[in-house]
Design a protein around this ligand. Structure first.
Ligand code: SAH
Length: 428
């Protein structure tokens, strides 16, 4: 088998079970390997460290699959890994209308592989050459685990770094089983959503915010809520179901807002229990418009897309985060709640905290952290792969002038240490 030799003193990351070997750590390749081929990974003395897939076009040259020198990574290995990952989600993963991430890439031992399951329909995103190699085995394993069908949504730009196609029928379409319906209904606690797996973002839905939506919904009773970057209404529906007085959803995407309206109709067939608005606008501009109008809110959600893909984009991203947080803080009534998020993996938790603190300083407002949220438990982070942590949330309470604590109820899921307990743990 073709062997990738890791430079002396660079093997410790593999020994510590980190799945990425960067190009600079690879001494040489002995034999030939096409993109996505499995190679033996050896230390400078030739001892086997494990097996991974070869990505000649990427800075991440090898992605480790097997850290066991006696267990080569092959079709059976990948199928077992997929099934083990699904099994970790527990029996509830295939419950009617469940929406659960079945495979979370590196942290589930399958680099570049994402699989989300909506009411039994699996949607996969294959972002590395190795993931592409094992596409059929991944689909077969999901079917054997109980999926109704497997749909491919690998139209992601990150594949360009791997020299892989990003459009066409090899990238999008049915991989196994039956053709999924146009809209799939999922239930998240008491909330119902339609998911459009063909046209939606990512695999169709942001399952990672499940626990944060529950936390925010529990704070919404009687409040005038502004849901910025609403996508298909996620936080807005949680607020409406939590007894909000008014919910305004703002997003740049007209199709996302159209589905948000459908979701409100699905959830509240006799009409929403509160006033609703669906505003198609750029949040950066809309927040300024509200400022100029002197508009105030009781609860604001800021859940923007990823502003930084890499550490190099952090400066620009930091400015973006500070801008929207500063604007939103100024729009909050005393005692109001700001639920603010960053899904940029490159932005560490402490930097995000600092950006929000700077925004509060410039807004001349005092805030308390009443809860912290993170990506839902079905998006685990392997301890050996801290890069897997990307979604951070701060639930902040605005103090009135003079620093008197208003009567905002505590987040019911808040833990003493500052984290948020999942309302219903999806993992076994
Ligand atoms: N909170 C959502 C997910 C938000 S994803 C949920 O719980 O499901 C980010 C959203 O931001 C996307 O819907 C995207 O269309 C929108 N978006 C991106 N840039 C924007 C901008 N400048 N103004 C308004 N919306 C924007």
């Amino acid at each position: 088998m073709t062997t990738a030799y890791v430079r002396a003193k660079r093997e410790w990351t593999v020994q510590h079970r980190h799945p990425w070997i960067f190009s600079g750590a690879v001494e040489r390749l002995e034999g030939d390997a096409l993109p996505g081929d499995v190679v033996r990974v050896a230390d400078a003395h030739g001892a086997t460290l494990g097996f991974g897939t070869w990505s000649p076009h990427s800075q991440i040259r090898v992605r480790m699959l097997s850290f066991d020198p006696k267990r080569p990574a092959n079709a059976a290995f990948v199928k077992d890994a997929v099934k083990a990952s699904v099994a970790r989600r527990g029996a509830a993963a295939f419950a009617p209308h469940a929406g659960v991430r079945f495979v979370h890439g590196e942290s589930d031992g399958l680099p570049g592989v994402v699989a989300d399951c909506y009411d039994g329909w699996c949607v996969v995103q294959l972002a590395s050459a190795g993931a592409e190699t094992f596409k059929n085995e991944i689909a077969a394993a999901l079917m054997e685990a109980g999926a109704k069908g497997v749909y491919n949504r690998s139209d992601v730009d990150s594949r360009l770094h791997e020299g892989l196609a990003v459009e066409g029928e090899t990238v999008v379409g049915v991989l196994a089983g039956a053709e999924p319906p146009e809209l799939i209904e999922i239930h998240e606690g008491a909330i119902k959503y339609f998911v459009d797996i063909r046209h939606g973002h990512k695999t169709g839905f942001y399952l990672d915010q499940r626990e944060a939506r529950a936390c925010v919904g529990a704070l919404a009773a009687g409040r005038d809520c502004l849901n910025c970057f609403s996508y298909t209404g996620g936080f807005g529906l949680a607020c409406a179901a939590g007894g909000a007085a008014r919910v305004e959803n703002v997003d740049l995407s007209a199709p996302a807002l159209a589905l948000a309206e459908k979701n409100f109709a699905l959830m509240f067939p006799d009409g929403a229990p509160c006033e609703t608005a669906f505003t198609c606008a750029d949040v950066f501009k809309q927040l300024r418009l509200f400022r100029d109008q002197g508009r105030q809110f009781d609860l604001i959600v800021l859940d923007p897309p990823k502003f930084a893909d890499t550490k190099g984009q952090l400066m620009r991203a930091t400015r973006g985060y500070k801008d929207i947080n500063l604007l939103a803080m100024k729009l909050l009534k005393p005692g109001g709640v700001l639920a603010t998020f960053s899904c940029s993996g490159a932005m560490a938790q402490d930097l995000f905290d600092k950006v929000c603190a700077e925004a509060a300083f410039d807004a001349k407002r005092d805030f308390q952290v009443i809860a912290r949220t993170r990506q839902a438990a079905d998006h685990p982070v392997a301890l050996a792969f801290p890069e897997g942590f990307y979604l951070k949330g701060l639930i902040l309470r605005a103090l009135p002038g003079g620093g008197v604590t208003p009567s905002t109820p505590p987040c019911p899921h808040a833990l003493p240490g500052g984290g948020v307990a999942p309302p219903t743990p999806p993992c076994s």
